[in-house]
Ligand binder design. Structure first.
Ligand SMILES: Cc1ncc(COP(=O)(O)O)c(C=O)c1O
Length: 422
């Protein structure tokens, strides 16, 4: 039992919860986790996020707090912000946003007023809820106008983006998204934002680790603000950062605190600092490039097996599979693959005729498997498992799913997950 050994105080105080943590460790160790927004943090990041920094209130910013006793916390936060600035080459970094959604809300608070027009990619096209989509506060409190991708190529149509921006004159334009398999053209967005007089925000939540590792072009210096989560390809704790040009530093800081949040989560700030330190190493550059090489190899193997991929492939860490031709909806496929030990999420594909809760696609990515040391040589097997799993989903073949699960567990046992005791 790893739980009682690994978490002795927890096991003694609350065996029920300790058992659940152990069960989650086993689940993450034994399954092939392909959700592109997930990862395995290092043992160091895990340790940092579970420290006594948890006990401290520190509203405000380093040197300007509303509580005393900040001798250490100020140093932790400065370390994190300095590392963020160095890694991403930005003038200013704020490491306090609780997560990606509040970070994006802070951006609107900084640059727009309720009712103003804001612009982002539509959710069903690969954008994020917080880019002005209707059901989100960002599409309710602001007037969200949305661009998409072309039906024939699956790529952003910059003529459409320019026409929309010049017609609607948004205060803020978001680029980036949550299901985009292709390189984001930051200079093209910057030109349009300049013409439209809008503040341009790059939401690099998904690709932050690729940017840090030089495996995706940087949005710096093209955009005004960079928003990112820290827990996806960047391999940090669940949290977020806002980075910007010096001229916007005051507006961003005021929007995060006191505009939107109270006390920062100092234990998360510490873990972000560790993750940024790890991301500055040459081994992380290798990791970032391997994530992309693995995704490209996986896409090629899926294409060989006749899968239909949105935009025909990938430039980054994720592949969006349209299962329409396989006769299995995305949700049924995702649930069957879960029974086969392969964890994916169902996802809308551009122009999806199906509803978001039961769409046509699944989204798969390589950040987690790359953290376990899997390479391009393993991607044919991953594609084969996905193929067999989708076929089994179609035929209701539970034995086939169980067989895949055993093969997956075997490979996973040979590639221990970082941060999880063997
Ligand atoms: C592009 C993008 N922005 C923002 C977020 C929101 O992050 P969080 O879930 O931490 O609120 C996500 C989450 O998936 C995302 O993909």
């Amino acid at each position: 039992m790893t739980g009682p050994l690994t978490h002795p105080a927890l096991a003694a105080a609350d065996p029920e919860l300790a058992g659940l943590v152990t069960a989650e460790e086993r689940l993450q160790a034994e399954t092939l986790r392909l959700i592109p927004s997930e990862n395995y943090v290092s043992a160091a990041v895990l340790e940092a996020s579970g420290t006594v920094l948890q006990n401290k209130y520190s509203e405000g910013y380093a040197g300007r707090r509303y509580y005393e006793g900040q001798q250490v916390v100020d140093r932790v936060e400065r370390l994190a912000t300095d590392r963020a600035k160095a890694l991403f080459g930005v003038d200013h970094a704020n490491v306090q946003p609780y997560s990606g959604s509040p970070a994006n809300l802070a951006v609107y608070l900084a640059f727009a007023r309720p009712g103003d027009t804001v612009m982002g990619m539509a959710l069903p096209m690969g954008g994020h809820l917080t880019h002005g989509w209707g059901v989100s506060a960002t599409g309710t409190w602001f007037r969200g106008v949305q661009y998409g991708v072309r039906r024939d190529t699956g790529l952003v149509d910059f003529d459409e983006v320019r026409d929309l921006a010049l017609k609607e004159r948004p205060k803020v334009i978001f680029c980036g998204g949550t299901a985009l398999p292709r390189t984001i053209d930051f200079p093209a967005f910057a030109e349009i934002a300049r013409e439209a007089g809008a503040v341009l925000v790059a939401d690099i939540a998904h690709i932050a680790g690729l940017v840090a590792g030089g495996a995706h072009p940087s949005p710096v210096p093209h955009v005004d603000v960079v928003s990112t989560t820290t827990h996806k390809t960047l391999r940090g704790p669940r949290g977020a950062m806002l980075m910007c040009r010096g001229e916007h530093a005051g507006a961003i800081d005021r929007a995060v605190f006191p505009g939107l949040q109270g006390g920062p989560h100092n234990q998360t700030t510490a873990a972000i600092a560790v993750a940024l330190h790890e991301a500055s190493r040459s081994s992380f550059r290798d990791y970032a490039h391997q994530v992309v090489a693995n995704a490209r190899a996986l896409a090629a193997a899926l294409l060989d097996r006749g899968f239909d991929l949105v935009s025909g492939g990938t430039d980054n860490h994720l592949v969006l599979i349209d299962l329409t031709g396989r006769g299995v909806p995305g949700k049924a496929a995702a649930k069957a693959l879960d029974r086969a030990g392969i964890v994916v999420n169902h996802n809308t594909v551009p122009y999806d005729p199906r509803k978001p809760f039961d769409p046509s696609g699944i989204r798969v990515g390589t950040p987690s498997l790359t953290s376990r040391g899997l390479g391009t040589e393993h991607m044919a097997a991953v594609a084969e498992w996905i193929d067999r799993g989708v076929t089994a989903a179609h035929g209701g073949d539970e034995d086939a799913l169980a067989a895949i699960r055993a093969e997956v567990a075997d490979l996973m046992a040979r590639h221990p997950a970082p941060g999880i005791p063997a």
